[in-house]
Design a protein around this ligand. Structure first.
Ligand code: SAM
Ligand code: DTB
Ligand code: SF4
Length: 326
């Protein structure tokens, strides 16, 4: 394999589609071996970042993201929840810290942030979680430059905003906003000095070319995202994608390994899909360079199941992994 020089420790923002394709299409074991090698050059492979996710506002969203159980227009069987109370959120963050989590991510089923009282309340939550000494992350939909600045001033560490798929396939999945809207928010986040968390989903019915296309955009951003969540579609009954087949584990491994090789410094997060995997499947993802996971006290990621905290603890013990403490 001549596109990756394993001994050269460099960050590249000029990957070509052909190079990414060649990496992605390698024989699986060669790909995993390369990714595992790159992983060890840049990270301690026994440390996994544990991010706790909390849905602070659930369901009732005006967008039409075809995968999402929280879109109001699909008849999904989820419990809609208004914006949570700040004290409840802070108590949850404190428990997460106690359990060994260093990052707390608050998610809201909003199309975009509006300059209203709810935003002021989220800013207060950000201040409170920051004061606990945790890295605070939010995912609230689209942001303006000014809103990004306000979040940064409140102490926001990272912002999650995914590209989901390739630019071409995006319009098959969402019609209520464009890929450009996503890229604009990412720009505002970067310019405000907030760490960028941006990745996507596989299993939406996209082609391998679409996956490679998304990795191409991510790896050619002026700066790579500091974290790259790779989600396997969580199939939610009532959504247009509910009946798609479960994504094959080797496709997830291939995606994670390629992301690891082309964005070596990023935290690559094994995100949605863990509850449909066992320890064996997750181990392959860690071997391929994933070094971060989401956990959740409620045993739900947002509205779909996620492994129990003690299952993760047992898995870490078995594999000799420890939570990363920065
Ligand atoms: N509403 C905000 C937004 O869309 O940016 C923030 C929350 S949204 C749930 C965050 C991300 O979760 C989405 O961009 C998508 O990548 C991922 N996601 C949502 N539903 C999913 C599902 N059913 N399976 C896998 N990933 C999903
Ligand atoms: C991300 O990339 N994955 C998380 C987080 N960012 C907010 C959300 C996944 C949602 C999975 C389906 C659900 O439970 O709604
Ligand atoms: Fe709304 Fe986000 Fe779900 Fe899309 S992914 S429907 S924007 S909550």
């Amino acid at each position: 394999m001549n596109t990756v020089e394993l001994n050269k420790k460099e960050i590249r923002n000029d990957w070509s589609l052909a190079e990414i394709k060649a990496i992605y299409n390698q024989p699986l074991l060669e790909l995993v071996y390369q990714a595992a090698s790159v992983h060890r050059q840049w990270h301690s492979a026994s440390l996994i970042q544990v991010c706790t996710l909390l849905s602070i506002k659930t369901g009732g969203c005006t967008e039409d993201c075809a995968y999402c159980g929280q879109a109001a227009r699909y008849h999904t069987n989820i419990k809609v929840k208004a914006l949570m109370d700040k004290d409840e959120v802070l108590a949850c963050a404190a428990r997460a810290k106690e359990a060994g989590s260093t990052r707390f991510c608050m998610a809201a089923a909003w199309r975009e942030v509006r300059d209203n009282r709810d935003f002021d309340r989220v800013l207060d939550m950000v201040k409170g979680v920051n004061a606990l000494g945790m890295e605070v992350c939010c995912t609230l939909g689209m942001l303006s430059e000014q809103q990004a600045k306000r979040l940064q001033e409140a102490g926001l560490y990272a912002y999650n905003h995914n590209l989901d798929s390739s630019e071409n396939y995006y319009e098959e999945i969402i019609s209520t906003r464009t890929y450009h809207d996503r890229l604009n928010t990412l720009k505002s986040v970067r310019e405000a000095g907030i760490s960028v968390c941006c990745g996507g989903i596989i299993g939406l019915g996209e082609t391998h070319e679409d996956r490679i296309g998304m990795l191409y955009i991510l790896s050619n951003l002026p700066e790579h995202p500091e974290s790259v969540p790779i989600n396997a579609l969580a199939r939610v009954v009532g959504t247009p994608l509910a009946d798609l087949p479960k994504i094959d584990i080797w496709e997830m491994v291939r995606m994670i390994a390629t992301a690891r090789i082309i964005m070596p410094k990023a935290m690559v997060r094994l995100s949605a899909g863990r509850s449909e995997m066992g320890t064996l499947e997750q181990s392959w993802c860690f071997m391929a360079g994933a070094n971060s996971i989401f956990t959740s006290e409620s045993e739900e990621l947002l509205v779909t199941p996620n492994p129990k905290l003690d299952e993760d603890r047992d898995m870490f013990k078995l594999l000799g992994l420890s939570p990363l403490i920065k």
